[in-house]
Design a protein around this ligand. Structure first.
Ligand SMILES: Nc1nc2c(c(=O)[nH]1)N[C@H]1C(S)=C(S)[C@@H](COP(=O)(O)O)O[C@H]1N2
Ligand SMILES: [Mo]
Length: 328
């Protein structure tokens, strides 16, 4: 491994064909904007035409704040939490644009109520659940987790939510289910990025069922004491802190239990660059940049990237005997 750049340019993340066609992409966007105007929705398009993001203040827990937190079950005590402003303005959510500040500017068009989650596949009772019903099933807890994007930047985020394992058990997958697949909303009217073929829409991610049952796997419904903003994946998104951030599928509308490994969006887009497992691994570089270290948002010095993002004690056993180079 010689002379790999430390961190990719944002232009390098997107599949190359798409980036080269960014001009075209913007043009499609402009066309799409016309369509949106015809339907009467005030959509902002990708690429900077919108106003600067309106950053709400962090809501303190109070009588006005409906979020009840049962406790904090995980922490990263020696690392500073990334300021809320950065967490909610520096995002990846390609449905709302490919630049880091696009989601905060554009995601206000996402309608998160009413919202349902469809449960299907190898499960005792296929069902469609209203999100507010689902949210009432579990007490919320706070978990401060590291978040490491495959692009070699990272954050420390205080999430609110509940263990994925609690949800999986409640949904009663059949014994034959080996994987869980999550799908993001497909709605090009609300999600302007879906009008361009930057990725195969809707965004899909998956886990092996034993990964989903690991106590670290989490469904986030909020962060920094408030409900999730749209750019962070409202009303609920996956958080798997030992894996690269792209596993953390946002704005989930469908959960499917299956006996076949799900085809996840980034592995479809660039199979040599992004795999199914996506475990954070400083020893396996991305073909176009090093994964040995990372830029912690808000810090000057780069940090060493830790195996499994610092969660090896909790999750390494899931991969005993597996070739982590082949299963990247
Ligand atoms: N639906 C959807 N989910 C997504 C993405 C996306 O583009 N679309 N980006 C992923 C990537 S690459 C990362 S790093 C995280 C970013 O989460 P954050 O913006 O809350 O930090 O979301 C992930 N989930
Ligand atoms: Mo990412």
């Amino acid at each position: 491994m010689k002379d790999l750049p430390k961190e990719p340019l944002s232009s390098e993340i997107t599949p190359k064909a798409v980036y080269v066609n960014r001009r075209e992409f913007m043009k499609n966007g402009a066309l799409a904007l016309g369509t949106a105007a015809a339907t009467g929705s005030a959509l902002l398009w990708l690429g900077g035409q919108g106003p600067p993001p309106d950053v709400p203040e962090v809501a303190a827990a109070s009588a006005d704040n409906p979020l009840i937190v049962a406790g904090r079950s995980y922490d990263v005590p020696d690392e500073a939490q990334t300021p809320n402003r950065d967490v909610i303005t520096y995002n990846n959510y390609y449905e709302f644009g490919i630049d880091k500040d696009d989601p905060a500017r554009n995601a206000h068009t996402l309608v998160t109520r009413p919202w349902t989650i469809q449960v299907e596949g190898l499960v005792a009772r296929p069902q469609t659940i209203d999100v507010d019903t689902l949210l009432n099933w579990f007490p919320l807890e706070e978990r401060v987790y590291r978040m490491r994007c495959v692009e070699a930047w990272s954050m420390v985020i205080p999430w609110l939510g509940f263990p994925l394992a609690s949800l999986v058990k409640r949904l009663e997958p059949m014994g034959s289910a080996k994987f869980i697949e999550f799908t993001t909303l497909l709605n090009p009217e609300q999600m302007p990025g879906q009008r361009s073929p930057i990725l195969k829409w809707p965004y899909v991610e998956g886990l092996r069922l034993d990964e989903a049952l690991n106590p670290l796997a989490f469904i986030a419904t909020g962060l920094y004491g408030s409900v999730l903003l749209n750019q962070s994946g409202a009303p609920l998104r996956l958080v798997t802190p030992w894996k690269y951030g792209f596993k953390g599928v946002k704005s989930i509308v469908k959960i499917r239990f299956t006996d076949e490994q799900p085809k996840n969006t980034w592995a479809i887009a660039a199979p040599r660059e992004y795999g199914f497992y996506a475990n954070v691994n400083p020893e396996v570089n991305h073909p176009r940049w090093s994964q040995a270290n990372e830029r912690r948002i808000g810090e000057f010095q780069r940090r060493k990237t830790l195996p499994f993002n610092g969660y090896a004690d909790e999750v390494a056993g899931l991969y005993a005997g597996m070739d982590l180079r082949a299963n990247f």
